[in-house]
Design a protein around this ligand. Sequence first.
Ligand SMILES: CC(C)(COP(=O)(O)OP(=O)(O)OC[C@H]1O[C@@H](n2cnc3c(N)ncnc32)[C@H](O)[C@@H]1OP(=O)(O)O)[C@@H](O)C(=O)NCCC(=O)NCCS
Length: 377
Amino acid sequence: MPDYSPGLAGVPAAKSKISYLDGQKGILEYRGFRIELLAEKSNFIETAYLLLFGRLPAAAELRRFSADLCSHRRIKYRITDLMKCLPEHGHPMDALQAAVAALGMFYPAKNVRDPEIQSNSSVRLIAKLPTIVAAHARMRHGDDPIPPRDDLGHSANFLYMLTGQAPDPLMAEVLDVALTLHAEHTMNASTFSGLVTASTLADAYTVVSSAIGTLSGPLHGGANEQVIDMLLEIGSKANVRPYLEKKLADGEKIMGFGHREYKVKDPRSSILQKLMPRMFEQYGRSPLYETAQEVERVGVALLGSKGIHPNVDFFSGIVYEKMGIDKDLFTPVFALARVVGWLAHWIEQLKDNHIFRPTEIYEGEHERQYLPIDQRP
Ligand SMILES: CC(C)(COP(=O)(O)OP(=O)(O)OC[C@H]1O[C@@H](n2cnc3c(N)ncnc32)[C@H](O)[C@@H]1OP(=O)(O)O)[C@@H](O)C(=O)NCCC(=O)NCCS
């Protein structure tokens, strides 16, 4: 019996060529490209192509891929109707999971090993997730969904479908970078859960709906929401040190700090942070960011020696808040990006599939007596 590792910590669950992370040096690469390079020179759609197919597209390939994505943005009215029936106070992640599971009924794609089916399912999912999230966000407030606009890019169109207004180019650019940064992150919990589902040869919609369910938990996708709550609770720069010291004295964690893999500052959080001054210059200062800067300064002084630094969630919530995105949509926005990583791993898994069937250490009883119900204590 091999050693038991709770949570499978440190146990390799796959061989992969998709992304690489060095947590000591703060390096993240997608398909061998440093994340800083992709954030600066690429965009979410080109990065999606890179992650799915393993190389940067030629100009004509990228044009075709973008046009394909654009033509699949619309969702069936029955998907909209399905979401209309969900309770308006329910969490948008649950609505997203239900809608994605239902999507698969409209696009049967059982031959999952067929590269064309893999590509078509991937395009549909990447294209339709933003429409689903935006439609649900509007309908729960009693508004009609806004159909996608083909003349807008992926990120700009998402903000348009949420608000009804074509966003300022800088807003769209910052969201696009945030999506690029969240598109993939090696073997995390949601990717693993997607792979377990994929290993049974379930279709892409089922794989992605499993992964969405896993992402919805507060230990995975939900931290950026909690960072905003923490910053609001702190209220002012002056209150930062006493607040953090009390949290640590009470044995509580500082939200947006620490990472299982990174022992230095998460490179994605540095990239987002560099974009923020431009945003605030154009759209006005953010008191939350001013508090966050102080939290970073004091937090690193208190925790840096233990390898605990800001992670990507520390700044992403502040960016989304400035875009006017509701707090409970932060995790669905994460899903719009991470769907690419889930699909890339799905395609990779199917090249050499083995059904996931780990073992367990039985610690229960044996050979018990069955007592009729009237004789049980
Ligand atoms: C992300 C996270 C779950 C990683 O955890 P991990 O690598 O399993 O580390 P552990 O939770 O075992 O913590 C190890 C030590 O660091 C401390 N620590 C970790 N993150 C901390 C934080 N955010 N604030 C204060 N202390 C922290 C723990 O208290 C523990 O201290 P101890 O050794 O004295 O008991 C953890 O850092 C965390 O909960 N962070 C806050 C939530 C968050 O931002 N999540 C988003 C992740 S992208």
